[in-house]
Design a protein around this ligand. Structure first.
Ligand SMILES: [Fe+2]
Ligand SMILES: [Fe+2]
Length: 273
């Protein structure tokens, strides 16, 4: 299976670039499954339902979230109607929405997508490791199994926690990819057990910014510790950042993992087709 995962879409710059370029990108890569993190799509904070629809219309099969899941309240009823938009699985029981979804993939295949949030330097949530373990154990990966691929979006601040995730699920899932820092890391690889891994996919947003937000206001927040300094997304051309993974349907494990950085200011990287 050919899987494209794109990191946090930030504001109008990220959204417009994603919606404009994903159809061509999806076709060029012959991607079977596209997963996008949408937690910052609405002016940097949350995801409005019409934006989720636009992203899915452009080719996203599933949308993951993170700590900004609840910034747009109108998403809460939408999560009940649209199972392909998921929030971290380790919110406490009773939280609206779902933390995982199985999507249909061409060729009579299915893929599990799980979203989970880390606990280091973030809000205290339930154990993310056991939450992912529970989701993964509901399925059997590979030919003749219930799913032919599985993607885990680990929305976390600390690289150590994300690396621990990768190794904990190495050989059990197709891809463990980090989000939330908005900075793509160079450690994309296929781990020894066959799971593709990258500490952070990066964002889909303007990199002339402080993690997607206008640099002046964002820097001032560090110089002056005044509450309420306004943050707004940067509006220059976005770089779409993510990881492309090709898996073996027989095992559900990765054959290769390559970075994608397209447009905007960052050095460009396009996976081999
Ligand atoms: Fe984010
Ligand atoms: Fe985040």
């Amino acid at each position: 299976m050919r899987i494209l995962f794109l990191g946090d879409v930030v504001g109008r710059s990220g959204r417009d670039a994603l919606v404009a370029r994903l159809p061509t990108l999806r076709a060029a890569l012959r991607a079977d499954l596209v997963v996008v993190n949408g937690e910052n799509a609405s002016h940097g904070f949350g995801l409005a339902p019409d934006m989720a629809r636009a992203m899915m219309g452009a080719g996203a099969d599933a949308i993951t979230l993170g700590n900004h899941a609840w910034d747009r309240k109108e998403l809460i009823p939408f999560l009940e109607q649209e199972p392909r938009v998921i929030r971290p699985a380790n919110f406490p029981p009773g939280t609206p929405g779902r933390g995982a979804v199985v999507v249909e993939v061409p060729g009579n295949r299915r893929a599990l997508v799980v979203n989970v949030m880390g606990r280091l330097f973030m809000d205290a949530l339930d154990d993310p490791f056991r939450a992912v373990q529970a989701e993964v154990q509901r399925h059997r990966l590979g030919a003749g199994g219930t799913i032919q691929a599985s993607v885990i979006d680990v929305h976390a601040e600390a690289s150590s926690e994300k690396a621990a995730f990768g190794h904990s699920f190495d050989g059990l899932v197709s891809l463990v990819v980090g989000t939330h820092t908005h900075t793509p890391t160079a450690d994309y690889q296929v781990l020894p057990g066959g799971t593709a891994y990258q500490t952070d996919a990066g964002m889909c947003g303007d990199y002339d910014s402080v993690i997607g937000m206008q640099k002046g206001g964002a820097a001032l927040r560090f110089w002056r510790k005044m509450p309420g300094e306004k943050l707004a997304p940067a509006e220059g051309e976005a770089t779409l950042c993510g990881i492309f993974v090709e898996t073996d349907d027989a095992t559900g494990l990765a054959l290769r993992a390559e970075p994608l950085r397209q447009g905007g200011r960052l050095s460009q990287a396009m996976p081999a087709v």
